[in-house]
Ligand binder design. Structure first.
Ligand code: A2P
Length: 276
């Protein structure tokens, strides 16, 4: 199966290693550990989400695990992503700790959160975590084109996903195209521009024309390019709304107006300024 493959109903993307990534997931970056996070994940699972994206750096894996258990869903029904905090030295030990916090035997996807210490430093440990069955798939986050190529060059098991900030305004077209060529699925974090894009005039105009919300316009823009998105919300109605984008379609003209919002000039970079 190629990574171009889509599920029959068009709601998941097949990874190069055969994994199946639901195109919409709930992101829990900046959701505090505790009730707020448990509720958001529960509401998402109740609404039909089958993909939750957390990270060691977010400090809320325990709440994600609690919500998963409270939902009563089988573990196998939900795609869980967590990310190795590259300030640490050992992805295997860190994965064991994540699994304890999540209360599960494995995650579906384990990402190097950012290329601290060089793009290849963590990769042998990531591969080991996969061999041990701690994760089904491995990938990276915040890697630019050159960093991705460096990892792929030394990998026994190449990355399947590169999760980066991606929206019409952060439309890093060169990075997206390089990922596609390499068989790596680019996954979009901050697809709503951390909320800032919801007030954009073009987005609002298309929302008015279509009768959808600005959030739905932005998420549909990515999903129509077959790019998985992980919008964050702690409000039940918004969480529900953000999943209702599979029975709507943007016209080619609306897609082009959104594409034109790009302020990255089609960059190959994952970040304008590296924080590590
Ligand atoms: P909240 O969590 O209070 O609902 P991103 O996913 O790009 O990081 O954006 C997340 C931001 O967008 C959060 O501030 C979130 O607020 C807000 N948000 C998420 N979904 C919606 C929505 N459907 N309508 C309005 N705001 C939303």
């Amino acid at each position: 199966m190629t990574n171009d493959a889509m599920s029959q109903d068009g709601t998941t993307r097949t990874l190069a290693d055969g994994g199946s990534l639901p195109l919409v997931g709930l992101g829990v970056w900046q959701v505090p550990d505790g009730r707020a996070c448990v509720d958001a994940v529960r509401w998402a699972l109740d609404a039909g989400y089958r993909h939750i994206d957390t990270a060691q750096a977010y400090g809320n894996e325990t709440s994600v695990g609690k919500a998963l258990r409270e939902s009563g869903l089988d573990r196998a029904e939900v795609f869980i992503t967590t990310k190795f905090h590259p300030g640490g030295s050992d992805p295997v030990r860190a994965a064991e700790q994540s699994l304890r916090r999540l209360g599960t035997d494995y995650v579906d996807l384990y990402l190097v959160h950012w290329p601290q210490g060089g793009p290849t430093r963590a990769w042998p440990g990531m591969e080991r975590a996969a061999e041990l069955g701690y994760t089904r798939s491995i990938g990276v986050s915040n890697f630019d084109v050159a960093e991705l190529a460096e990892v792929t060059a030394i990998a026994d098991r190449p990355p399947t996903v590169n999760q980066v900030s991606f929206s019409p305004v952060t439309f890093r077209r060169e990075l997206w195209e390089a990922c596609e060529r390499a068989g790596v699925v680019l996954e979009a974090y901050s697809p709503l521009g951390t909320g800032r894009l919801l007030g954009d005039q073009t987005v609002k105009a298309i929302a008015d024309e279509t009768g959808w919300t600005p959030a739905q316009v932005l998420l549909r823009w990515a999903v129509q390019k077959r790019i998985p998105v992980i919008p964050k919300s702690v409000h039940r109605e918004r969480i529900e709304q953000n999943l209702r984008i599979f029975d709507i379609e943007l016209s080619d003209e609306a897609m082009a107006r959104l594409d034109a919002l790009d302020r990255t000039h089609g960059t190959a970079k994952a970040q304008e300024r590296k924080w590590w």
